[in-house]
Design a protein around this ligand. Structure first.
Ligand code: TYM
Length: 337
């Protein structure tokens, strides 16, 4: 097994990232210790330049996100943690794969459509080719499993399409790339905004009240949960009763994911109760689970020398794992080196 996944170092780590992806990273890392195999986790800093950004903030955010991942349980003795920029093989393979990826495939990416909006002519080329870099990120390491939230599923399918076409066109009967499987958590595939049950919780939402950041203090978490959009009905006793109630469904899913149980179990406990009773219990659970992460993060974040040394060491290990696949890809394309 080879587990590979990434996160953009833009803004804070929020509850959607944590429940949708990072918690699974930690689980898979710990499983791997008994099963054998490697985990590689990286900060997708090259992806972060596809939208307007502030260079000084990107440097700071890259270090902070590394500290946040370690605070969440990523252990640099068990996993390889690095930032994309320090492994040039990512950009090199991306270019090789742009010969295989089709314009039509990229044009269908919903994230491209959402982020470019009506201003496609003004969007950066990086925003359009972004999923090819993401394909390179995982194919470079022969990833077998990629733990992500639901919003990345389409990008993973594209990575599989690119791998398959490259293997067919240039593999001469052999598979140069492994087709990676997405690993998506059932109860937290898509955590929604606290202000709008139809929008995913996201770093780019202008309202900080829409998300819970892993660094929020207890008062802020309680306030955000208290003010979260909900409805006037009591909670149902079964999952089917959440149909058409996206905000209620989101809050119950957050509780279930945070507690490590299921939506059905939470409803069997809280069915019949209103949000006046449920929200404080949810807030307490979030505070209890997130406080130790915030404490670890605050202890780690200021030691930039230690963070930089960890990222450098991770990048060296990642580069060594990437090299054979990169060499094979160059050779398969007939590029003389
Ligand atoms: P990013 O930085 O937007 O998010 C990091 C991870 O968090 C998950 N996630 C969510 N899960 C559930 N509910 C939400 N509201 C929510 N918001 C974010 C994402 O699905 C993701 O798993 N393009 C990627 C980064 C990337 C990558 C890769 C991932 C670059 N290369 C290779 C996997 C493999 C991104 O922007 O994720």
């Amino acid at each position: 097994m080879r587990v590979v996944s990434g996160i953009q170092p833009t803004g804070n780590l929020h509850l959607g990232n944590y429940l949708g992806a990072i918690r699974n990273w930690v689980k898979m890392q710990d499983d791997m210790a008994t099963k054998g195999g490697e985990c590689l986790f990286f900060l997708a800093d090259l992806h972060a330049i596809s939208l307007p950004h502030n260079p000084a903030e990107l440097t700071a955010n890259t270090r902070e996100m590394a500290a946040a991942l370690i605070a969440c349980g990523i252990d640099t003795d068990k996993s390889i943690l690095f930032n994309q920029t320090q492994v040039p093989a990512h950009s090199q393979l991306q270019w090789l794969l742009t010969g295989t990826a089709r314009m039509g495939w990229l044009n269908r990416m919903t994230q491209w459509k959402d982020k470019a909006g009506k201003n496609r002519e003004g969007a950066s080329i990086a925003l359009f080719t972004y999923p090819v870099l993401q394909a390179a990120d995982v194919l470079l390491y022969q990833a077998t499993h990629v733990p992500v939230g639901d919003d990345q599923k389409q990008h993973l399918e594209l990575a599989r399409d690119i791998a398959q076409k490259f293997n067919n066109d240039f593999g001469a009967g052999e598979d140069i790339f492994t087709l990676p499987e997405p690993i998506i958590p059932p109860e937290a595939a898509r955590i929604m905004s606290l202000r709008d049950g139809a929008a995913k919780m996201s770093k780019s939402d202008p309202s900080d009240m829409s998300r819970i950041n892993l660094t929020d203090d207890a008062d802020t978490i309680m306030q955000k949960v208290r003010k979260a959009k909900s409805d006037a009905e009591p909670l149902p006793s079964e999952k089917a009763g959440l149909a058409g109630r996206p905000e209620a469904e989101n809050l119950v899913s957050i509780y279930a994911a945070m507690e490590g149980s299921s939506v059905d179990k939470v409803l069997s406990q809280f069915g019949g109760q209103g949000f006046g009773a449920f929200k404080p219990v949810l807030g307490d659970l979030l505070v209890a689970k997130l406080a130790p992460i915030a404490d670890r993060f605050n202890a780690l974040r200021s030691d930039t020398a230690a963070i930089d040394a960890s990222l450098r060491a991770g990048a060296e290990k990642a580069s060594a794992l990437a090299q054979p696949t990169l060499d094979r890809a160059y050779a398969a394309l007939g590029l003389l080196r």
